[in-house]
Ligand binder design. Structure first.
Ligand code: PHE
Length: 446
């Protein structure tokens, strides 16, 4: 297969695209509830450590493979393996990534659908003058209604796949340019509001006072999985974006700003959400519903709350949209690389993901008690195993390929760093990121 000629139109476009992929449900929805379920400050601390020691260097590894291969993930791996005289089986890593993003996208779309529902509700004034109990109860009612959820899930899949079908640079670039900065503004306003609530002090103490008694291998494993998830690393999805990276751009710098932004967004939403949780005596370990219950409560107390809430869900939707586009891209790119037309490939992938997503929809009603592994119903399974297990395994293999297997010349050219910079990155990946991931994976599993 030939090299792809498609390119992001500017440096900024690439950074925005990667930020768009990274910032999404992981920061605003998953980070707070995972922190709540995994002991608070310890989880936060581990997450930051993993982002810096694993996420960042592996993100560079992943993008540089895409950039050096200039093909869809599977084909890029096959090409680079052949070039360096390595086993052709490395290409299956691209397929493994596609399986991972497939399952992630299937629940991602369902949860993003919840944002659509909440966007419409807040525009209609559905949360005005409601008590926290009523707001909690209305979330339960919504979950128990598979038809409404399916409708929103369908809508979200449609908007995602139509952008993917339209090709990469045009659709995504334009969207990202306008929407991402707006999201930060709203989050900062929310954070500012949080400082005025009675739970702010408690939230800060809970998030930032290290409490090592809460630590266990399970917590460490979850934090590692989350670091991969939130940075969008380990599924070959950023690899697909790397293929469209312009020739003259520093990968190091781009990736650093993305990681900092990602941590910043997670912290802001954590502070905002936990201030509300503690102001109202809610349970931080509430699980996936946490954001959907706390934020309407917070906003219902703000002057003009409805408008803020509507704006928040709109921007969250955009953030999840840009992430879901990234989730879909490697699967579509794989088919396009095999000769499919983009439109058809998008249609097929969209339909398959949509179908599997229905299992997540039904996990809150009909299939709630159907357990797939242990106590996990489909939604719990699909929100944990692909992220906490598949992403670290994928990231590990990607790192091994980039730091040990592919030709160092190709790697350093694609990283945009030679000499000491390249040596430093490679040593970090070889002797810190890879062993650390292995240790956590093995200990977490045993
Ligand atoms: N990083 C995205 C988020 O935080 C999710 C994602 C995971 C996107 C893996 C692409 C690949 O919401």
């Amino acid at each position: 297969m030939e090299e792809t000629l498609e390119r992001w139109q500017s440096r900024r476009a690439f950074i925005l695209a990667v930020t768009g992929a990274a910032v999404g449900l992981g920061n605003i929805w998953r980070f707070p509830y995972m922190t709540g379920e995994n002991g608070g400050s310890v989880f936060l601390l581990l997450y930051i450590v993993f982002v810096l020691l694993l996420g960042l260097p592996m993100m560079m590894a992943e993008i540089l493979i895409g950039r050096a291969g200039r093909r869809s993930p599977m084909q890029a791996l096959a090409y680079l393996a052949e070039e360096a005289g390595r086993s052709p089986h490395w290409r299956w890593l691209g397929l493994f990534g596609a399986v991972t993003v497939f399952f992630i996208l299937s629940f991602y779309s369902v949860v993003s659908g919840w944002s659509i529902e909440y966007l419409v509700d807040s525009i209609n004034g559905g949360f005005v003058a409601r008590s926290p109990q009523e707001i909690g109860a209305s979330f339960e009612t919504f979950l128990a209604d598979p038809l409404r959820m399916t409708f929103n899930h369908t809508l979200f899949m449609l908007i995602t796949m139509s952008v993917v079908a339209g090709g990469i640079a045009n659709g995504i670039e334009k969207l990202n340019n306008i929407m991402m900065p707006l999201l930060y503004v709203i989050l900062i306003v929310l954070g500012g509001y949080a400082t005025t609530t009675s739970g702010f002090g408690e939230a800060m103490a809970w998030l930032f006072t290290p409490d090592l008694s809460a630590i266990s291998w399970q917590v460490v494993l979850n934090a590692m999985g989350h670091a991969f998830f939130t940075l969008a690393v380990g599924a070959c999805a950023l690899m697909a974006y790397g293929a469209y990276m312009p020739e003259e751009q520093s990968l190091l710098r781009a990736v650093f700003s993305v990681a900092l932004l990602d941590i910043g967004v997670a912290l802001l939403s954590g502070i905002a959400i936990f201030s509300v949780v503690f102001s109202h005596g809610l349970d931080p370990g509430e699980g996936p519903g946490l954001m959907f219950v706390t934020l309407p409560i917070a906003f219902s107390e703000l002057p003009g709350g409805q408008i803020w809430l509507g704006a928040f869900f709109l921007l969250l939707l955009v953030a999840t949209w840009t992430s879901s586009i990234n989730l879909a891209e490697p699967m579509v790119a794989m088919l396009v690389g095999a000769g499919w037309r983009r439109g058809r490939a998008s249609l097929l992938i969209g339909a398959l993901v949509w179908g599997v997503g229905l299992l997540s929809v039904l996990s809150f009603s009909t299939l709630a008690e159907v357990h797939w592994i242990g106590e996990m119903n489909f939604f719990t399974l699909v929100t944990t195993v692909p992220t906490d297990l598949f992403l670290p395994i994928g990231g590990l293999l990607i790192a091994i390929f980039a730091a040990w297997r592919m030709s160092p010349e190709a790697a350093s050219a694609a990283l945009g760093a030679s000499g000491r910079g390249f040596g430093l990155w490679r040593a970090l990946v070889r002797y810190v990121s890879i062993p650390l991931t292995l240790i956590v994976l093995l200990s977490g599993l045993l």
